[in-house]
Design a protein around this ligand. Structure first.
Ligand code: FES
Length: 169
């Protein structure tokens, strides 16, 4: 049972949070993993999630929001089922990252941080995602796709559209 009355999370996640809050010498160290797990469950970090996490870690909601706003992988609003993150940092830029981003914009008919009308895809331009050796790289939810061209990107999107992509939600 959760240490918080009326947790907004599933019993499994609430138990995971209880454990996280107990394993670090300083409770605050559990903040980033908690935010990520909250996002995995809800799809984004809602105001209610911020309030509960602050309570769990004996922090002010402002402390939680300061960290939440720092990390680009954390979001405060829902995204599409598949969040397409296109890297345009140096390695990817030199290998066609911006062309790939423009191609996604045209193909999906959406811009940066927008979601398709059917709710299937969101698009985001991001900083380095740690796949520089295989640039240009794109992350869809937790899956990486590397050494891309516009044609390969079309195939990746088609896989998700057809339900063949890995669905982490
Ligand atoms: S620069 Fe794109 S993954 Fe590192």
């Amino acid at each position: 049972m959760s240490s918080i009355a009326n947790s907004i999370f599933t019993p499994e996640t609430a138990a995971r949070f209880d454990k996280l809050a107990s394993i670090y010498p300083v409770k605050r160290s559990a903040l980033v993993p908690m935010l990520l797990y909250a996002q995995d469950e809800i799809g984004y970090v809602s105001n209610a999630a911020v309030a509960e996490i602050a309570e769990r870690l004996d922090l002010l909601e402002l402390d939680v929001r300061n960290v939440l706003s720092y990390y680009s992988m954390l979001r405060t609003a829902p995204v599409g089922k598949y969040n397409v993150q296109v890297c345009t940092n140096i390695s990817c830029m030199l290998r066609g990252g911006f062309e790939l981003l423009d191609h996604c914009k045209k193909t999906l008919h959406i811009g940066h941080k927008e979601t398709t009308a059917d709710g299937l895809f969101s698009l985001e331009e991001v900083e380095c995602i740690g796949a520089c050796c295989w640039a240009p790289a794109v992350q869809v939810n937790y899956d990486f796709h590397e050494d891309l061209t516009p044609a390969k990107m079309d195939a990746v999107l088609e896989d998700y559209r057809a339900g063949r992509g890995k669905d982490v939600k």
